[in-house]
Ligand binder design. Sequence first.
Ligand SMILES: Nc1nc2c(c(=O)[nH]1)N[C@H]1C(S)=C(S)[C@@H](COP(=O)(O)OP(=O)(O)OC[C@H]3O[C@@H](n4cnc5c(=O)[nH]c(N)nc54)[C@H](O)[C@@H]3O)O[C@H]1N2
Ligand SMILES: Nc1nc2c(c(=O)[nH]1)N[C@H]1C(S)=C(S)[C@@H](COP(=O)(O)OP(=O)(O)OC[C@H]3O[C@@H](n4cnc5c(=O)[nH]c(N)nc54)[C@H](O)[C@@H]3O)O[C@H]1N2
Ligand SMILES: [Mo]
Length: 712
Amino acid sequence: MAAVIKTTHPGACPHDCPDTCAMVFEVENGKLAGVTGNAEHPMTRGGLCVKLKDYEKRHYHPERVLYPLRRTGPKGSKQFERISWDEALAEIVSRWQAIIAEYGAEAIIPYSYLGHQGLVHGLNGGDAFFNRLGATVCERTFCGEGSATAWLLTNGPSGGLDPESFVHAKYIVIWACNSVSTNLHHWHFVVEARKRGAKVVVIDAYASKTAKQADWHIAPRPGTDGALAMAMIHTIIEEDLIDRDYVANYTVGYEELAERARTRTPEWAAEITGIAAEDIRTLAREYATTKPAAMRIGVALERHYGGGQTIRAVCCLPALTGAWRDVGGGIYQMPVWEHPYKFDQICRPDLIPKGTRVVNNLQIGRALTGELPLDPPIKSMMCWNSNPVTQAPETDKIVQGLLREDLFLVSAEHFISDTAAYADIILPASMGAEMEDIILSWGHFYLTYNAKCVESPGEAVPNNEIFRRLAARLGFEEEQFKWSDAECLEHYIDWNSPACEGIDLAYLRKHGYARLKIGTPNTRAPHRQGNFPTPSGKCEFKSESADRGNFVAGPFRQMYDGFQPGEPLDTLPDYVPSRETAATNPELARKYPLNIISPKSHGFLNSCYANMEQKIRGQGEQFVLINAVDADARGIRDGDKVRVFNDRGGFEGDARITDDVNPGIVVATLGYWRQLNKGTVNIISSAEFVNMGHAPTFSDNLVQVEAVAHSV
Ligand SMILES: Nc1nc2c(c(=O)[nH]1)N[C@H]1C(S)=C(S)[C@@H](COP(=O)(O)OP(=O)(O)OC[C@H]3O[C@@H](n4cnc5c(=O)[nH]c(N)nc54)[C@H](O)[C@@H]3O)O[C@H]1N2
Ligand SMILES: Nc1nc2c(c(=O)[nH]1)N[C@H]1C(S)=C(S)[C@@H](COP(=O)(O)OP(=O)(O)OC[C@H]3O[C@@H](n4cnc5c(=O)[nH]c(N)nc54)[C@H](O)[C@@H]3O)O[C@H]1N2
Ligand SMILES: [Mo]
């Protein structure tokens, strides 16, 4: 018998998650045989989540796309034939050239997200190519752009509180974040802090896995957190719990904020949020007087019409109380701002032809169906690293658009996803262990390296190689389109920045990861003496920049000049009600009385893994959590198949009657595939934006629920 050759290599989880785990790839005879979490990495600590722990099975899944495919049946029928790379590239280029000749390059739109988070193969990996082509710029605001805009207005592009510093906290507020499912490798620090005496408060619209672990779970009605935050501000000011010195030296607009908060009493907020006024006071007092006070805010805080304003209100709290003074005090939102990634070099916004139009990714259904009037219309879309048919709102419109005979859809994928199912050409993409990259992290302060350690199966190639091949066929001469992946890495990080002192690519190749040189978790207090990277250098309760108009400030967004500043924003934070509530739209609420939230599934990563049998077994089939009050009123029994619907469409799931949700609210987690289920939750989601940063409104949707079949 031939000897088995075993080697290990540094890996990095490429998925869209704040944890960006450092992994160890185990290779046997040229194949990925297993993965483990890197035991030395302070966040990963040797453990991987339920999704990643058998990552090799995803690499060698029997349904993986291994060769270029051309559609042979009707759109969406999933009938494809194998073709060669040469045929695939020739067809794409000739179709695009014909479209460009007739309609101009803006008739082509790229569509990507963080399906792969690499600097080379990730979200922005195709930007330079499509900018050079002159395609429509796709504005990608799937995640965190409202939060980022609000954060920038208040704190500037600061990395904020170090997730590892939470061990020093004595009061922890986790706000609209389901850490146990979505930020698992931060949870160690919360548990350690609790051992050292910290109180853990979770503010979540339902009893999530994280809320169940809390010392205190506060459950506001979805989309009302802004009222809660404003009433906390009111209480902190009224009871004189502010840090006067901090407010005087390091903040702007205190008088105006105090005036705004004067009428935002706990009694006022109690009506809106459903939380007792005395509880709001207790929360405000405890938060203001227990030091260090750490906060973790999740993306769900931005996901209703007033989401941006909510986050601005929350961002005022640690400056009012001086929580930023302490190691372990402040807010952990998106440490990505501290990373020396060179997005201008990656994306090359300088290649965008002047005046190129911008279309937002959340409104792709409207764009493809013509509801959003576009001249020229979109005639071709290329999708990679994203699966809008499950993940983007108004899904039925997206499908309707993708069914257009005159739309040429190219998809680069691992599987025939719900989006790839409608493609004219599918290109096989490489997976994690098959390509070199540095995976960006938006949830900690480490650079994390991923080695190529196995060959791609079949004829799959990494995303960047796809763009290299297309660029070569189109005759693009820029050097960047000829760089190897390793050369890209040399150019995509500012290795000379102080944060990279002592770190280079060779170091990462050897060690796998490195902490940025920005201070240690035991000493770092970035805003102890103000130092906010805002125009005033202070924490801006009141922001003059807001007056210049709505903008999109996401860290992964390339800068382009096609974005028109929107309506002026309020210069101060406030509670702004949701679009779909009984108060703001009573007629709609009579028809559709239940507020749905659709957070992430514990067992899937967005829609990734939701096609793998063992992962579906772990996560369970699509369920709909509903309170007994609402179930009884509709004759729904536990386990019944129910349909959840509104004017946008509907989907089915299994009813689970539970006190985990309050009456008036239903929960259906995200990621389930349309081709394996009767509809998906985003069919009911609206593509209207949050009033800041063009963020999605996934927590701002009304529905009705009815039984379709009783369980036996
Ligand atoms: N297991 C798993 N992990 C993931 C992902 C995944 O799909 N699965 N996705 C990754 C991605 S892309 C991201 S962005 C992060 C996001 O991770 P999180 O920030 O945790 O985001 P969500 O899971 O969308 O929502 C978090 C919580 O907010 C609650 N919530 C919803 N609306 C409201 C509201 O209006 N008010 C309040 N107070 N609570 C509300 C939900 O009930 C949920 O428990 O997770 C990443 N990690
Ligand atoms: N209702 C509701 N909707 C939501 C959310 C919510 O909370 N509720 N959350 C939103 C959030 S936070 C986000 S970030 C978005 C995420 O939305 P998407 O980014 O669209 O998420 P995924 O479903 O993971 O899609 C990634 C796709 O990329 C593919 N892929 C992975 N790696 C590679 C690669 O290396 N190359 C290529 N070519 N393809 C690859 C995967 O197979 C998968 O099909 O969803 C949003 N949608
Ligand atoms: Mo996300």
